[in-house]
Design a protein. Structure first.
Length: 90
């Protein structure tokens, strides 16, 4: 009879503890998933900003190059296909 009471006592203490630990574990899992999604979102934003900064630097460099070479905007572009072994002239 004494072992039965001890088993009931331990079960009444350990079972709620098990439920509480399971609850904490599930909360941590949900938080981890949310954090991972946030990290992915921020990573995409960072990559977008890197591309944006790169393009801005490229465009400003291009603008400086155009000014240095005194180039003007073309009104029309014509393409000529040069076949192998042929010479193109205008």
């Amino acid at each position: 009879m004494n072992i039965q009471k001890l088993t009931i006592l331990l079960s009444s203490v350990l079972l709620p503890s098990l439920f509480y630990q399971t609850f904490l574990l599930s909360q941590n899992f949900v938080q981890q998933v949310k954090t991972q999604k946030e990290i992915e979102k921020i990573s995409r934003e960072i990559e977008s900003l890197r591309i944006s900064v790169s393009l801005q630097n490229s465009l400003s460099n291009l603008e400086n190059f155009v000014k240095e070479k005194n180039l003007v905007k073309a009104g029309q572009i014509k393409f000529v296909e040069v076949l192998e072994g042929k010479t193109a002239s205008k």
